[in-house]
Design a binder for this molecule. Structure first.
Ligand SMILES: Nc1ncnc2c1ncn2[C@@H]1O[C@H](COP(=O)(O)OP(=O)(O)OP(=O)(O)O)[C@@H](O)[C@H]1O
Ligand SMILES: [Mg+2]
Length: 558
């Protein structure tokens, strides 16, 4: 063994990448592929049955949200297309025109594609973990053992590399119950400039997702519901939801990762961190510096309230898992992440989730010594349509809230405020107009001019009774629904199953006080019931629908 060999064999030897990156030419292998990776490549050929190693849907582009957007990682479709062409020329891809995909050919072509992609295997380098040790020691330790990729995920990543969405995949930034987030780098072909990316890979283990149902039930974008028995399909929906929600939030100008590409349960997004690949800290771990730290915390609090209002009013979203863990901090700015569970205001439990978000945020900032506003005041601030949705006006509106707030001058009043917050937190929030009407005493209170006492008073006054902006939806919302209808179907695919939606905020009809008269209310209720019954009769029974769908499905089952 000569000196060079000995040096290379040493565990302390500097790590040399086994390939070289040349601008405009991509990678060239300069070294033998490590044995570990070779083994993974050898594992690549497909097992026959539809277990977790079934790769067919990975090479099936038909079910993507939006082909163009999905792969236009750098906004450069030509590059991606050329790369794809190269792969195709090498005999890798199935001819796209062959919609029927005869069975035998499908297997052969998947095999071909797998082996064509395996040339990129060296660009998945999970050993290069970027984790801050003092941030979460436990997590860092787990990272190495838990970041192992399953075969399907590996294939998706290789495919993404092949298409130029990213150039290299690195180790996990975070490993969690539901998802791992990996660092990645994208090299610009022309300039050679490297841009950091983040890749969120959802785990397909079924148990983890058991409590996710509450976010989906009642979400019109998941009308088709989700199939609890099919975890793969579920995580795909989940990733898709995060992608769409991110897109809304990003388009509204709220700091968050830019959604870049999506394939099944793998989501590529902009990296929130420095150019070397160190992610920004979570708000929980933010280490504010300077002699005005208290003021900085106060400003962050106000900033976050504004963000929540913007999310609600412009993106039509309630985060639903907002806390110091799902916000990243950098340079005085808060970045919203982890939005797969976010719901629209018409979700039956959206206001409950919003109330929970408000509580979490308040609890955290109070621990930081911030003088926070009462939950009820924030709830109203976020949900009232009237008022500014832009800074600095939103900040000013919050300053007003502080000014007008009944200063708790003595202990008694402070205690009363606390009680009020407690009452608010436990108060029943009606989510549908029918629920509002069913509560006779609420109607009475309204009649007595005590409407302000109702937790949903602002919603009642501004959103339900008089539909905002004459019933029109706001801009981003419209864009979103356009793009959603442009994609053919809502998530879950069952577009026409709108019967159950009737009871939620119906923005089109004048409602509310108009029906305060008891008889009129009764008549109206009957009419609604009747209409629903009729609709139910027209509905194709679920089992028939399923049959219909599967018989017309393009996908050839094995
Ligand atoms: N775009 C990004 N840029 C940089 N870091 C990110 C990005 N997205 C996520 N992270 C890091 O990964 C961590 C986990 O991300 P996220 O909160 O989205 O996953 P999660 O759904 O909470 O996963 P789990 O619940 O399984 O822990 C974040 O706390 C953050 O540190
Ligand atoms: Mg999280």
């Amino acid at each position: 063994m000569d000196a060079a060999d000995a040096a290379a064999a040493s565990p302390a030897a500097p790590h040399q990448p086994p390939y070289q990156y040349t601008a405009s030419q991509g990678y060239e292998q300069t070294e033998e592929v490590p044995r570990e990776l070779l083994r993974q490549q050898a594992d690549a050929p497909l097992p026959v049955d539809g277990d977790d190693d079934d790769l067919e849907d990975i090479f099936d582009d038909d079910d993507q949200i939006d082909d163009d957007e999905e792969w236009a990682a750098d906004g450069d479709l030509t590059k991606s297309y050329n790369r794809q062409r190269q792969a195709t020329d090498a005999g890798a891809a199935v001819p796209r025109s062959n919609a029927q995909k005869p069975k035998a050919n499908t297997f052969a072509s998947v095999d071909d594609q797998v082996s064509a992609l395996s040339k990129h295997a060296v660009k998945i380098r999970l050993d290069s973990v970027k984790q801050d040790d003092d941030r979460d020691k436990d997590k860092a330790d787990r990272a190495t053992s838990e970041q192992v990729l399953d075969q399907r995920t590996r294939m998706i990543l290789l495919q993404m590399i092949n298409r130029g969405v990213v150039s290299e995949v690195h180790g996990a930034i975070s490993t969690g119950k539901e998802a791992n987030v990996y660092g990645a780098v994208s090299h610009d072909d022309e300039t050679g400039v490297a841009t950091q990316r983040a890749i969120k890979v959802y785990k397909t283990a079924i148990l983890v997702f058991k409590d996710r149902e509450r976010y989906i039930t009642g979400e019109h974008r998941f009308k088709g519901g989700f199939d609890k028995g099919n975890s793969r399909k579920m995580v795909k929906l989940w990733a898709e939801k995060e992608y769409r929600n991110l897109r809304r939030i990003y388009n509204a100008g709220i700091p968050c990762p830019e959604p870049l590409a999506l394939k099944l349960h793998v989501l590529v997004m902009g990296f929130l961190g420095d150019r070397k690949g160190w992610a920004y800290p979570r708000l929980r771990d933010a280490n504010l510096k300077g002699d005005d730290v208290d003021q900085q915390w106060q400003n962050l609090y106000v900033q976050l309230l504004g963000t929540m209002r913007r999310m609600y009013q412009i993106c039509r979203l309630v985060h639903a898992d907002l806390s110091e863990y799902n916000i990243l901090y950098h340079n005085g700015k808060l970045y919203i992440i982890d939005v797969s569970q976010s719901v629209e205001p018409d979700h039956p439990r959206s206001l409950e989730f919003l109330r929970m978000d408000i509580k979490n945020v308040g609890d955290f900032f109070r621990r930081k010594g911030v003088d926070t506003l009462p939950d009820r005041a924030i709830f109203n601030f976020i949900t009232v349509p009237a008022g500014p949705v832009e800074e600095p006006a939103m900040g000013e509106a919050i300053a007003k809230l502080y000014e007008t707030r009944q200063a708790a001058t003595n202990e008694e009043e402070a205690a009363a405020e606390e009680v009020d917050t407690e009452v608010f937190r436990n108060q029943y929030i009606p989510q549908t107009l029918e629920q509002v009407y069913d509560i006779e005493k609420d109607v009475k209170r309204l009649g007595l001019g005590e409407g302000n006492e109702l937790v949903y008073s602002k919603l009642l006054a501004d959103q339900v009774v008089a539909a905002p902006n004459g019933g029109e939806k706001n801009k981003v919302d419209e864009e979103e629904s356009e793009d959603e209808s442009g994609e053919g179907a809502s998530l879950g695919g069952d577009d026409d199953e709108s019967g159950d939606d009737e009871s939620r905020f119906d923005k089109g009809r004048p409602r509310g006080r108009k029906f305060e008269d008891k008889d009129e209310k009764k008549l109206h209720k009957q009419a609604v019931k009747e209409a629903k019954r009729e609709k139910r009769q027209e509905k194709i029974p679920k089992h028939l629908k399923k049959k219909l769908v599967s018989s017309t499905s393009r996908k050839t089952k094995k």
